[in-house]
Design a protein around this ligand. Structure first.
Ligand code: HEC
Length: 307
């Protein structure tokens, strides 16, 4: 058993270098050339099929995008776009006003309750008054009848139509989608919705749009069932901001962004805290690791054959 003596040397390891015997380690031969023929064929086929599939997928992907009439929305400089920027809450408040006065005529936001607005864009007292204006069907009461009552903080936003069929019937067969998560549900997010809202224009020469549809280059297929919902001065903002078309669109998009991601601000604040914490903890941990391992890392193990 004593044939193998392991000597632990601390320091430069010169002892190991001085040992006369050179240590030979086996090296696996992994080169393509040394494989048997069948393996070579199989591997080549796999490579060609993978590359071809990827190329085809890329071509299909781009060919859909390259339809010459469809516009991809540009990147707008949103004030909340930075990694550490919060939403503009004054804009969220104006955006709610736009939704309430314009979009809610056709679009529901069924995942938002009045209470969600408290502390975000409105005070609790303001939201209570707003909720009370909504008529909510509740019940049944003692005699088994449904009744309406003024809304409460815990009620969800009222829907414009009782069911999707009614919504379609009122909109030429087109269904106005629920706007709660629309920013997350469309490519381009708020850039797309902003472009869609402000992008209505005359169809180019030779393009005919069916009765009841409207031309919009940002919409898939360019013919959308929603008539341009906003224009300059479509409403009057309660804070006196001039209600130009782009201002209204920007505010409603900021509101929809908040609706789709209510934790947006907390997420970025957490990220900042994490970065600051990690800035202190990571170097400390690294130093400690080097410190603890220094003994093990600087020792050398050499094999001295028995004489
Ligand atoms: C008169 C009813 C009406 C109003 C008001 C209205 N919309 Fe629409 N909206 C529709 C209909 C109908 C569709 C479905 C269009 C289609 O599928 O062709 C739609 C579709 C949309 C879409 C989805 C487009 C897509 O990519 O599928 C968005 C986003 C949208 N509306 C946002 C808004 C916003 C924001 C407002 C308020 C500023 C608003 N709408 C006001 C009727 C309306």
């Amino acid at each position: 058993m004593a044939a193998l003596r392991v000597v632990v040397l601390s320091g430069s390891g010169r002892a190991l270098l001085n040992t006369s015997k050179s240590v030979k380690t086996p090296v696996a031969n992994m080169s393509f050339g040394s494989l048997p023929r069948s393996r070579k064929v199989a591997l080549s086929t796999l490579g060609v099929v993978t590359a071809g599939g990827a190329g085809l997928a890329l071509m299909l992907h781009q060919s859909v995008k390259a339809s010459d009439l469809e516009l991809h929305p540009p990147n707008y400089p949103w004030s909340h776009a930075g990694p550490l920027s919060s939403l503009d809450h004054a804009s969220v408040r104006r955006g709610y006003q736009v939704y309430k006065q314009v979009c809610s005529a056709c679009h529901s936001m069924e995942y938002l309750a009045f209470r969600n607005l408290v502390g975000v864009s409105h005070t609790e007292a303001e939201v209570k008054t707003m909720a009370e204006e909504a008529e909510v069907v509740d019940g049944p009461d003692d005699s088994g009848e449904m009744f309406t009552r003024p809304g409460k903080l815990s009620d969800y936003f009222p829907k414009p139509y009782p069911n999707p069929e009614a919504a379609r019937a009122a909109n030429n067969g087109a269904l106005p989608p629920d706007l709660s998560y629309i920013i997350n549900a469309r490519h381009g997010g708020e850039d797309y919705v902003f472009s869609l809202l402000t992008g209505y224009c005359e169809p180019p020469a030779g393009v005919a749009v069916r009765e009841g549809l409207h031309y919009n280059p940002y919409f898939v297929g360019q013919a959308i069932g929603m008539a341009a919902p906003i224009y300059n001065e479509v409403l009057e903002f309660e804070d006196g901001t001039p209600a130009s078309m782009s201002q209204v669109a920007k505010d409603v998009c900021t509101f929809l962004k908040w609706a789709g991601e209510p934790a947006h601000d907390q997420r970025k604040r957490m990220g900042l805290k994490l970065l600051m914490g990690a800035g202190i903890v990571v170097p400390l941990l690294y130093y400690m690791k080097r410190h603890r391992w220094s003994v093990l890392k600087s020792r050398k193990i050499a094999y001295r054959p028995p004489k």
